[in-house]
Design a protein around this ligand. Structure first.
Ligand SMILES: Cc1ncc(COP(=O)(O)O)c(C=O)c1O
Length: 459
């Protein structure tokens, strides 16, 4: 007996020693990573070109990433749980699912609304979804892919958001949802859109990919964009407010929608166990599903035709560090926006600047400009690009004019358009935007102002 106790004690000592050695090795590696960051971090004034956006990170992101790599869990694990929870808390919502891109987030948001569990409110093939024509393609792709009908409304310049005055015209007996983005971080009129949706029993999906951290005052309460509609989506691709490399999130306050979103994300399965966990509910082998034999493994039971759109713990590890910086990022973006706005105000006779709804609290993704001088936009953009200042168009401009719409345009089927979209067309020819991301230095912003003024005065 005494022998067994002695062996056990020595085993415990060995495993404690090993754990201590592992922890010490981990500490050495992470300290070296932190030192590496200090040596390699970009120095101000080092770059030749001013990007419109980019990753802003420090040692914490790098240390978390390597920490996760050492753990080698790879798929969703502790960092994923932490990131989902922290993002849900930030948004003041109960449910948030981390996914592998903003496009995947939009796909899940849309497909969740087609789920038969939603009964009469489920979107079916041939049903209509109202959305602006000036958009990012993957806000609209899931609608077309599923066989629902996008109904395009115009945008309104200078908000660059969907023109809420066209919503009633867009409505038909088959309308089931409104899906729209908060353009470049400027919240659309959530009061008008939400009350339109409520009046007509429609779903509202907020594509919040370019607006994380923005808000809107509704009934006296400041609400984060992405949380007023039934589902909100985010992208964490590097130019966005925070990054995980590739990555995105879908969030909702609705427990049923959350369950559908997770199921669709995770192969369409019925079971809610996270990766690596079995039998969380304790009834793994007790149920009756479909026409399967009673007790068939719930973990391998599929309630939906799903996908695998999960992201990895490596990405979530970066997200955990990025999320802590988000409030500062939003402040810096808004400050940079104001610097550009003030510095260009004397050019207002030639340039039109954006305007926000009085109840909107933007979290600027970019600084949109519409040139009032015909043909002037392209000359300004070429001049800025030649001077090393990166510019961007307002995403797809008019989505319907893109090659992906060739077939539908030719046949005139599969979509509807409300009005001739004059403002969307104006955006196609006259609008561009400049960066406001937190990585811009005061010197770079001055240079951007100087070069923009130079180009505009040459028109
Ligand atoms: C409004 C909007 N929605 C969706 C997306 C897609 O996000 P991702 O690139 O992560 O797929 C983007 C991308 O920039 C976007 O701007």
């Amino acid at each position: 007996m005494r022998g067994i106790v002695a062996v056990k004690a020595s085993e415990e000592k060995t495993s404690a020693e090993r754990a201590g050695q592992i922890e010490a090795a981990r500490e050495r590696i992470l300290t070296a990573v932190s030192d590496y960051w200090a040596l390699t971090a970009e120095q101000p004034g080092e770059r030749r070109r001013i990007p419109y956006a980019g990753r802003v990170y420090d040692r914490e992101e790098l240390v978390n990433l390597v920490d996760s790599a050492l753990e080698f869990w790879l798929t969703g694990g502790r960092y994923t749980r932490e990131f989902e929870q922290a993002l849900a808390e930030y948004l003041d919502l109960p449910f948030c699912a981390f996914v592998n891109s903003g496009s995947s987030a939009n796909l899940l948001a849309f497909m969740a609304l087609t789920d038969p569990e939603l009964g009469e409110r489920a979107i079916r093939r041939g049903d209509e979804v109202i959305t602006p024509a000036c958009a990012f393609p993957t806000t609209v792709s899931p609608i077309v892919q599923f066989g629902a009908v996008p109904v395009f409304v115009d945008i309104a310049i200078p908000s660059y958001n969907l023109d809420v005055r066209q919503l009633e015209d867009a409505l038909s007996p088959r309308t089931k949802a409104v899906i729209a983005a908060h353009t470049l971080g400027n919240p659309f009129d959530l009061k008008a859109v939400r009350s339109f949706c409520d009046r007509h029993g429609l779903w509202l999906v907020e594509d919040n990919c370019d607006a994380l951290g923005a808000g809107f005052v509704l009934d006296g309460t400041l609400r984060k964009t992405g949380t007023v509609g039934h589902i909100g989506t985010s992208s964490f691709y590097p130019p966005h407010h925070i990054t995980t490399g590739e990555g995105g999130a879908v969030y909702t306050a609705d427990p049923l929608l959350s369950q559908i979103i997770r199921s669709l994300r995770d192969w369409g399965r019925a079971c809610a166990c996270p990766p690596g966990v079995d039998n969380l509910c304790g009834r793994r082998f007790d149920g009756q599903y479909g026409t399967l034999p009673r007790g068939y493994d719930h973990k391998y039971t599929y309630s939906r035709f799903g996908y695998n759109l999960k992201a990895t713990d490596l990405q979530a590890a970066i997200g955990v560090a990025q999320l802590k910086k988000l409030p500062d990022f939003v402040e810096a973006r808004n400050r940079n926006y104001q610097t550009l706005r003030a510095g260009l105000s004397h050019l207002e006779d030639r340039l039109e600047f954006s305007v926000c709804h009085p109840d909107a609290r933007p979290s600027w993704f970019g600084f949109p400009i519409t040139c009032r001088v015909p043909g002037g936009r392209d000359r300004i953009v070429r001049s800025l690009e030649a001077a090393g200042v990166q510019t961007r168009m307002l995403f797809a401009g008019n989505l319907i004019r893109h090659p992906c719409f060739d077939g539908m345009r030719a046949s005139g089927t599969g979509f509807r358009v409300v009005s001739d979209l004059p403002e969307t067309e104006r955006a196609v020819s006259d609008t561009f935007w400049l960066g406001v991301y937190p990585g811009l230095t005061a010197g770079e912003l001055s240079y951007m102002l100087e070069q923009t003024e130079k180009a505009v005065l040459r028109l």
